[in-house]
Design a protein around this ligand. Structure first.
Ligand SMILES: Nc1ncnc2c1ncn2[C@@H]1O[C@H](COP(=O)(O)OP(=O)(O)O)[C@@H](O)[C@H]1O
Ligand SMILES: [Mg+2]
Length: 243
């Protein structure tokens, strides 16, 4: 579905559907009496289907930007759109619905619920959406198979390797068929072979399903495979390169 509103406000230069657009975004954290500026005047447009890496040193604002795009946090100033939705205009309940239905999240610490099995962790998202149990189970199973996790369905997170756990989080991020996946250093806790395999899976999902990926990374191997690299430093975008 073309995004007429975003395209119109973006100007006549583009007819590409925007997945994400942020304009003049700043975030200042208050730490006691000290103000920490995490992002300063960041503007960024990511078209639907892009595979974009956010890179930059620790503390440069990557996580802050992902959290603001994913409606997990609010900016001090600035505007954000995910698809046609202007996040500043949405209520908390509407933001929760947007996160649940349109955005998949992958964090570096896997963030699986430890008491649930792999398939239950994936199903949980669909349960929140009110999907009936038979369909939940079938879709969660299909997502796990797609991520190469046959045989792992009924294991607890502690019974899975780091790479397998991270695949479960990607299955969980994908199961609701989001338009956008946000991943914060998804390969950070993986060895290089496992990280490469995970990246190949993300690339394949991006190509085959057209899902937009925005992910932060420190990993040079991951950066080499990104089609677009946006570099942050001291809370500002200092480079934006598409290969
Ligand atoms: N909740 C917070 N409270 C105070 N300062 C924060 C908070 N989160 C991040 N920061 C600060 O904001 C800056 C950017 O952090 P972050 O977005 O986590 O960077 P990165 O992900 O690139 O390492 C850093 O100086 C960090 O210390
Ligand atoms: Mg970070």
């Amino acid at each position: 579905m073309p995004n007429h509103k975003a395209a119109a406000t973006a100007g006549a230069t583009t007819d590409t559907t925007m997945a994400v657009r942020v304009v003049d975004l700043s975030k200042i954290y208050q730490q006691g009496t000290i103000e920490v500026t995490a992002l300063q005047h960041v503007s960024l447009e990511v078209a639907a289907g892009e595979f974009t890496a956010l890179v930059g040193p620790s503390g440069s604002g990557k996580t802050t930007l992902l959290n603001l795009i994913g409606a997990l946090d609010v900016p001090t100033v600035g505007e954000r759109w995910v698809g046609e939705e202007s996040l500043n205009a949405l209520s908390r309940a509407q933001l929760a619905r947007l996160r649940l239905h349109k955005i998949g999240f992958v964090f570096q610490d896997y963030s699986l619920l430890p008491v649930l099995t792999a398939i239950e962790n994936v199903e949980y998202v669909l349960q929140l959406q009110g999907i009936a149990s038979q369909e939940r189970r079938q879709r969660a199973n299909a997502a796990l198979l797609e991520l190469g996790l046959d045989g792992c369905q009924h294991r607890l997170p502690t019974q899975l390797s780091g790479g397998q756990q991270q695949r479960v989080t990607i299955a969980r991020a994908m199961v609701a068929e989001p338009v956008l996946v946000l991943a914060d250093e998804p390969t950070a806790n993986l060895d290089s072979d496992t990280g490469a395999a995970l990246l190949a899976t993300m690339l394949e999902l991006n190509c085959r399903k057209g899902i937009t990926f925005i992910f932060s990374t420190h990993d040079p191997m991951v950066m080499r495979h990104a089609k677009r690299v946006v570099r942050l430093q001291d809370g500002r975008i200092v480079e934006d390169k598409t290969s």
